[in-house]
Design a protein around this ligand. Sequence first.
Ligand code: IDC
Length: 461
Amino acid sequence: MKRSIAALALAGATVLGCTAVLAMPQASAAAQGCRVDYTVASQWQGGFQAGVKVTNLGDPVSGWSLRFTFPDAGQKVAQGWNATWSQSGTTATAANVDWNRTLGTGAAADLGFTGTTTGANPVPTSFSLNGVACTGSTEPTPTTTTTTTPSPGGTPLAANGQLHVCGVHLCNEANRAIQLRGMSTHGLQWFNSCYNDASLDALARDWRADLLRISMYVQEKGYETNPAWFTDRVNTLVGEAEERGMYAIIDFHTLTPGDPNYNLDRAKTFFAAVAARNAAKKNVIYEITNEPNGVSWGGIKSYAEQVIPVIRAADPDAVVIVGTRGWSSLGVSDGSNETEIVNNPVNATNIMYAFHFYAASHKDNYRATVSRAAATLPLFVTEFGTVTATGGGTLDQAGTAAWLDLLDQLRIGYANWTYSDADESSAALTPGTCAGSDYGSGRLTASGALVKSRISTADSF
Ligand code: IDC
């Protein structure tokens, strides 16, 4: 839900107030107006991190810059994201980057930055978008500020229906190649409380996610410890995604041990149950093994050829995704490449192959492999991180942008690790978020803001 007033909020949800009306357009002029939600996500001695969500309330703009003034001359933008940041005196400017150049009516860009400060840390003032003050309303028709943004064509699920693989792409019922973009849960055994009505509403409406990947670890206190509970929880989350018009990837999150055959019997039991339960649903995609490691491609293929028939017996038309060698790197992390799959594909139809990357660890040689493989193999990036492969470490903004630009260009779907409040830099939500009911912009980490800004752009279904 969009708020209808201009609010400048600090962490702790203090509404600091709305300001005077500006932007009186002439009768023939384009409607202009904007709202800014400014949130201090965290503060420390000498520094702070802020989220700046700018919502365009006027006619669509293509190319924009947001300006604001720091009341304290000691405040400086140190590093920003989702825009090109600059500062002159106390005036900071955030100019659009390529992928958020267009802001439709009601569309928002989530920007953020870390800043330095020498003293008090007051909230900036005088926000303006393309020179028009962000008062939270347009003139002269304030009613436009209370409408929620209709998503064209309804939800992703309503727009696309039952999916299938066509050539190297994922296609919708109209046989059009589509890209699904969304988020992965963290391990349900640890972060189950992060998947509730409020968080899933935010994911579907605010993030405009097409997809929820449901990561069900098998080991590490996962499925093997309580098959009935995990099966039930996965089924429930598939239904929660469906209610909100999102697709759901059921991820049988094998990791350690890396040979999926270790879990073959469990996989057959689990997939027989979830495929029977969800057969009538159009929003389900099955990912039969997360990241095979320490196992040959032949071993993975053999596993796939035993699990896929179990799924097909219950749910014949669903897309199935098969993990690849070397932690779903198409073999690259094991010194191989996609040719081992191209020369010896899984003997099944309507399947895709998984590729995973972590932007700070996996660079050009991985991108080159994906570019090449995408010409022959249907690929789905069922998991990626903006950080290092440990799930922590530095956020690699440039690497993430390079990857997502490539995936957009190739129309390869993706899910980001993770939609959780884990205390690690890959998590999209700040620690403690899931203990409350606020999943708004103020709870985003730098990674969350970056990924949300990509996922929430208009789909090209
Ligand atoms: C990581 C989690 C971390 C957890 C660890 C062990 O982020 O909290 O302690 O798993 O289970 C993957 C895996 C994914 C990893 C992630 C980051 O699919 O399970 O999650 N990662 O290390 N592959 C590459 C990176």
